[in-house]
Ligand binder design. Structure first.
Ligand SMILES: [Zn+2]
Length: 579
């Protein structure tokens, strides 16, 4: 995701918890026909808290979610039914527990049998299932109410009511019963009953054309407005934070087709994926500019990284609190950004996430740079190809300045945070992007991109940790990269250099004294780069390696140079102090 569209403005996050009023609601029981009053909504837990222990939810693996939701055109409530295929493994968990908070639960059934359940501490727990054994089960949950977060039901910026999910990092539990952690991926089907004036977008592909909602469907109100039913399906597993629905009066337009022949899951018969935008009517003009290159971006990433991992790509104007949120196959952008900001930097970043973050996903939040650092760097790489190397270097320089001025330089990139929103920092984004840039500089383009492609193919639709990426790059390069990954990701800071330059007339050598003057708590950095010397007959370049607090470099030259440039192409994340 991008926290805001203009990175220099700061993160601008709204982290407050919106506590909704508890209310009871009427539900037309789809299995019977009588209306029943469901339970009170419990108080929600605080959003965004890190799990206290890992691995998350051991012994329970969700295989498939089948969600059915009934939405209305003007109410901040919804009705839901979840059918969850799950597998229990030895050692069996104490209880079958799913994350769900702040909503009322009417009934829970395990393999069709009503079971006792408990709602507490943000979880729906079945402490005593009818049988305790390993194997597969289907859990059905009838629930609903006014979500306190996660599903945003409110007027859009044009005063029209609309519904959007906004899950990152673990706010899915505010509207969907899930194992709400990125490490448990599952396929998902959304069946959405929505007012007929709305279009509904979700993950994956449409299972069939939308059809008039059947009379006995969830949430039907006799004599109420006509509704349409939309069914969206994924064929590959995704993490719960990626599972979204958007329902509004949209204008839907095709930007183009992309990744032709490089999209094995494409829903189109020609093997291309369809790249679309879904926006509010007054904002079509700005959106058509903002998303104009979205298909080119998909093409670029599918050539550079690997095949497009999903079936389609929708770019959606939404109620997300972020500048953009990379939900698999349905990227949600801030409604203001789509309405007013034509810049497509955020689009490139979010599309890169389809490969990194969505298809190859960090197994732990503390390894978020595997998502955000990659999206930051590959988002910039699109512009290197599409605009030119100067544009790319300007973006990297902006990222460098944002990082070195940030308050997190004293912390390593890979780090546990109690509050997951604190992970949306300049380490995981800009420094993470720079780590990839430095790795590319170290290994060269051929080895770097071959390693990226190997890593992607090996882990697509799976979960990873930093060591998995390190291993893939070590295998691609034949080098031990432990020093590189340790110093840049597990230790804080960056090199702060003081460089003195002299001309040794007797030896006919340029003498550079490079001192690393960063604080002692930061490591002494090891890095390789070049020194460029300008002479009357042209320029020369010499490769150098720095690994000590003070390094003296002597470079032979026919004359005293007119200028000397250390790291002339900007491959090293550093700050150089004025002499
Ligand atoms: Zn991102």
């Amino acid at each position: 995701m991008r926290t805001v569209e203009t990175p220099l403005l700061g993160t601008g996050l709204i982290v407050g918890l919106i506590v909704g009023l508890s209310s009871s609601l009427l539900v037309a029981d789809p299995l019977g026909s009588q209306e029943t009053e469901v339970a009170q909504e419990p108080e929600p837990i605080e959003a965004g808290l890190a799990p206290t222990t890992l691995p998350y939810s051991p012994g329970l693996d969700v295989l498939h979610y089948d969600f059915e939701l009934a939405l209305s055109q003007d109410e901040e409530t919804f009705l839901g039914r979840a059918r969850i295929r799950l597998a229990l493994a030895e050692p069996l968990p104490e209880a079958i527990a799913l994350d769900l908070t702040g909503l009322a639960v009417d009934a829970v059934r395990l393999d069709g049998r009503d079971v006792e359940f408990e709602l507490s501490d943000g979880q729906l727990r079945i402490a005593q299932p009818p049988e305790r054994r390993a194997g597969e089960f289907t859990l059905e949950v009838l629930y609903g109410g006014t979500p306190d977060d996660g599903l945003i039901l409110r007027n859009n910026l044009h005063g029209r009511f609309a519904v959007f999910a906004d899950n990152w990092p673990n706010r899915t539990r505010f509207w969907l019963p899930t194992v709400d952690h990125p490490s448990d991926k599952a396929t998902v089907r959304f069946t959405i009953h929505a007012p007929e004036v709305w279009e509904v977008v979700a993950n994956g592909s449409l299972a069939q054309e939308p059809f008039p909602t059947r009379r006995n469907a969830l949430g039907e109100t006799p004599g109420g407005a006509d509704r349409m039913t939309w069914i969206w399906d994924t064929v590959v597993p995704i993490s719960p934070y990626n599972m979204v629905v958007g329902a509004a009066e949209f204008v839907v337009d095709i930007v183009g087709t992309a990744a032709c022949g490089r999209a094995p899951l494409a829903s189109r018969s020609d093997g291309c994926i369809e790249v679309t935008y879904w926006v509010f009517e007054p904002d079509v003009q700005n959106a058509s500019t903002k998303f104009a290159r979205a298909d080119e971006m998909v093409d670029f990433f599918s050539r550079t990284i690997g095949p497009f991992p999903f079936s389609k790509l929708a770019n959606v104007q939404s109620a997300t609190r972020f500048g953009g949120m990379e939900n698999a196959t349905a990227i949600f952008y801030s409604e203001q950004g789509v309405a007013t900001n034509p810049d497509d930097g955020v689009v490139s970043h979010e599309i890169a996430h389809q490969w990194f973050g969505d298809a190859v996903t960090e197994a732990r939040w503390s390894h978020l740079w595997l998502s955000e650092g990659f999206a930051t760097y590959f988002g910039n790489l699109f512009f290197e190809q599409a605009v030119g190397v100067d544009d790319f270097r300007a973006r990297m320089e902006e990222d460098r300045q944002i990082y070195i001025r940030s308050p997190v330089t004293g912390q390593p990139v890979v780090r546990e945070e109690q509050r997951l929103f604190d992970l949306l920092n300049r380490n995981n984004y800009e420094k993470g992007g720079w780590v990839l840039h430095m790795l590319r500089g170290l290994l060269g383009d051929d080895v770097f991109f071959a390693g990226i492609q190997d890593y992607y193919i090996r882990y697509v639709h799976q979960i990873v940790l930093t060591e998995d990426f390190q291993t893939a790059m070590e295998e691609a390069s034949g080098q031990d990269l432990d020093w590189f990954f340790s110093q840049w990701l597990l230790e804080p800071g960056y090199p702060i250099l003081q460089i003195a330059q002299e001309w040794d007339e007797a030896a006919s050598e340029v003498v550079l004294t490079v001192q690393q003057v960063q604080v002692g708590e930061w490591p002494t950095f090891r890095f390789q780069t070049e020194v460029e010397i300008e002479l009357s007959g042209g320029t020369t370049r010499t490769s150098v390696e720095i690994s000590d607090r003070t390094s003296v470099i002597r470079i032979g030259a026919a004359e005293s140079p007119s200028a000397v440039h250390f790291d002339p192409d900007g491959w090293v994340l550093k700050e150089t102090l004025d002499p």
